[in-house]
Design a binder for this molecule. Sequence first.
Ligand code: LHQ
Length: 255
Amino acid sequence: VIRTQLKAHVLTLTLNRPDKLNAANDELLLTLTRELQQADEDEAVRVVVITGAGRGFCAGQDLGDVAGRDMTFTEHLHHTYNPLIRTIRGLGKPVLTAVNGVAAGAGASLALAGDIRLWAQGASFIEVFSNIALIPDSGSTWTLPRIVGYHRAFELMALAERVRADDALKLGLCEHVFPDETFADDVQAYAERLAARPAHALKLTKQALVAAQTSTLDEALDQEAILQQVAGDHWEHKEGVEAFRAKRPAQFIRE
Ligand code: LHQ
């Protein structure tokens, strides 16, 4: 259900149920979460990419897999989707969501959950939940209004209208849009550029930014003062300064 590829310090995790637009079942969600946790421990991995096989990114919950379930909705979310989203947020490495096609329901939430969101020109986004009279989950109620504001978020959720790549870029649902034909290569090149950046400093940057999402300015200033010390004590900082003074590129990857 998840294909993995490690190339040039970039781990690509591909959701692999293309016949169903990579709709998620428990196995897919638990495997993806486990792969992410392992990536966090693996020094060879500096950037993680989540993408989809075939023409979809992820169509959300597999609706063929919900009938006869012995779990409540609440239990289901606690068991699968919530740990996944928390793992992405807490991961000490950049997670790129490479949205190759339609992202719907919890798949749309997953698309938003990346630290950086790269879309193919043909990709699209639907807060599809209200079509089946559910509420947005997997973090959408938290992420989407922080990106587009409360009112636009409510409209997208209530009408379940499809947002295409150009509008997604304008709305801030993604950082870059690449052509469909070269998407995988463009994502890999982007991820490799990120992988060459100072991994330890980026880990702390993510930690500080994530904490600041729910903190006051005073708390953020205090947090910066603590984490800056941790960054400044690391060899990466020494290397950055030495490289600057020697007028050479910094080398942040130590094989
Ligand atoms: C699918 C699915 C799918 C199964 C396409 N399941 N087969 C959390 C906790 C607990 C419970 C419930 O949910 C949640 C979170 C959620 O994510 S709720 C939202 C669940 N997702 C949806 O409601 C999306 C349903 N899918 C669609 O609306 C459309 O398929 C979209 C708009 C994503 C794409 O439309 P098209 O490009 O026209 O493709 P299609 O509809 O023809 O789909 C292609 C195939 O994929 C098709 O199978 P078939 O055998 O006919 O070729 C679909 O049945 C299958 N598929 N989504 N979620």
